[in-house]
Design a protein around this ligand. Structure first.
Ligand SMILES: [Zn+2]
Length: 123
């Protein structure tokens, strides 16, 4: 019994790890080379399209469809300022101009399908 135990100890000597160091180096190398290939996609970032004073093609967040926006022009303080300025310069006949010139008014963009407000173009 005692002899068998002794034999086991001498036979079962631990084998030296032959490629442990090289293997770990190779793993590290692949990890380093693989890292730049993993590109983080900015999928969550939704870029709001820049609206103009004209109806623009965009994506409606409300009804999830490709639409061409309905534009409603809105008079702003700027419009009235222009009107007042033109009244001084050109008289009452010119007062109406800013109310008809698109560049003097904000353009509100709405979805034609669901009527959702999508954004405003400020000239
Ligand atoms: Zn919509």
């Amino acid at each position: 019994m005692k002899d068998n135990r002794g034999k086991k100890y001498t036979d079962g000597r631990p084998l030296p790890p032959p490629y442990s160091e090289e293997e770990s180096q190779a793993k590290a190398a692949t990890a380093v080379t693989a890292a730049p290939t993993v590109t983080v996609l900015p999928g969550a970032v939704v870029v709001q399209p820049a609206f103009s004073s004209e109806p623009s093609k965009t994506y409606c967040k409300s009804c999830h469809a490709e639409i061409v926006t309905n534009v409603k022009f809105k008079n702003t303080t700027k419009t009235h300022m222009f009107a007042a300025g033109l009244c001084f310069i050109g008289g009452l006949l010119c007062v109406w101009i800013p109310y008809y010139v698109k560049s003097c008014r904000n353009a509100d963009h709405y979805c034609p399908n669901c009527g959702a407000y999508l954004g405003t173009y400020v000239p």
